[in-house]
Design a protein around this ligand. Structure first.
Ligand SMILES: [Zn+2]
Length: 316
């Protein structure tokens, strides 16, 4: 598998257009050591080089998707075609605006598949009619339901000799549906479909993707422990980060993100015997780990984590 990080920031990107926090200001005026980042977008190719045409799976569809595609030669149309796309399908993990706005960038009469929980499809089809532009393609964009992962999946040992097959499933993370959804529709949606982590497996290797980790259950831990690459929620350093930056009255946990530091934070909860690479992604512009000279940046590296950046790549 080949995994590319096309974007690594949380909603708003880094710097955020209307934010004057020390990070965003420091990046603008060059007074801190940090990289700009676009909004989180991941692309995965199951078996690069196997076929004449290399196809890619997008994990979510970020508000920056158009520029991220244009900047990625792998995602260009195939040579000698009038119109085509290397993007085979899109997996949606929630109905958060930042994880699906990019679908509107894919509206140019292109057929592809979307995998999501049934609730996410209902939110887009029953209340947000602008997404019907995807139905203009011929054949139209097709939707498929994601299966939930079972304990059997989790405990099955990796088998490099198995017939290579791209396997994906979802792990419910708890959390809530976004507040733009009407109360009426929300009351009919199953809570376990609100936010899911995704597991992708190919040829005995496993990637675990959870850019939003509400921390409402611990089911994610065994998956993180058994994966070769883990891309996980690095949105906030502290629970009160947005409050202190004057950007929100709510805590990180209240808006569905387990903070990295502090009691029962990600660093404390992360399984101690995990062997794979652990990579923080979906980093908010207020997060001090973005400043490469900060003690917080050093602390996550010392804890064995990597910090995702745009263009980061993994082969496994
Ligand atoms: Zn900022």
């Amino acid at each position: 598998m080949r995994v590319k990080v096309l974007g690594s920031a949380a909603g708003g990107g880094f710097p955020q257009w209307n934010c004057a926090c020390p990070n965003c200001s420091g990046l603008r005026n060059g007074s801190i050591k940090a990289r700009p980042r676009t909004q989180t977008q991941i692309a995965i190719a199951a078996d690069p080089g196997y076929a004449l045409r290399e196809y890619w799976t997008l994990v979510n569809a970020s508000p920056d998707l158009r520029s991220q595609i244009v900047a990625s030669p792998e995602l260009a149309p195939f040579p000698n075609t009038r119109s085509s796309s290397a993007i085979l399908d899109v997996y949606l993990q929630s109905a958060d605006a930042d994880s699906l706005m990019g679908l509107l960038h894919l509206r140019e009469f292109q057929a592809f598949k979307i995998f999501s929980m049934p609730a996410i499809r209902r939110i887009l089809s029953e209340e947000n009619s602008i997404f019907q532009v995807l139905g203009r393609a011929n054949p139209p964009v097709q939707w498929f339901s994601l299966p939930f992962a079972s304990y059997q999946n989790r405990d099955r040992p990796h088998n490099p000799q198995a017939v290579p097959q791209f396997i994906s499933h979802a792990v419910s993370l708890g959390g809530e549906f976004p507040d733009y959804i009407s109360r009426k529709l929300r009351s009919t949606l199953p809570a376990e479909e609100a936010i899911v982590a995704l597991v992708f497996e190919f040829a005995g290797k496993r990637v675990f993707v959870a850019p939003t980790l509400p921390g409402r259950n611990t089911d994610w831990q065994r998956w993180a422990e058994s994966s070769d690459v883990v891309l996980i929620d690095g949105t906030f350093w502290t629970d009160d980060e947005l409050f202190r930056a004057g950007r929100s009255q709510k805590t990180a946990r209240q808006i569905g993100h387990l903070p990295i530091s502090g009691p029962s934070g990600l660093l404390e909860q992360y399984p101690k015997h995990a062997k794979g690479r652990k990579v923080l992604i979906h980093i908010n512009n207020t997060n001090p780990i973005l400043n490469e000279d900060s003690p917080e940046h050093r602390a996550v590296l010392d804890a064995g984590f990597e910090i995702a950046y745009d263009g980061m790549e993994f082969s496994l």
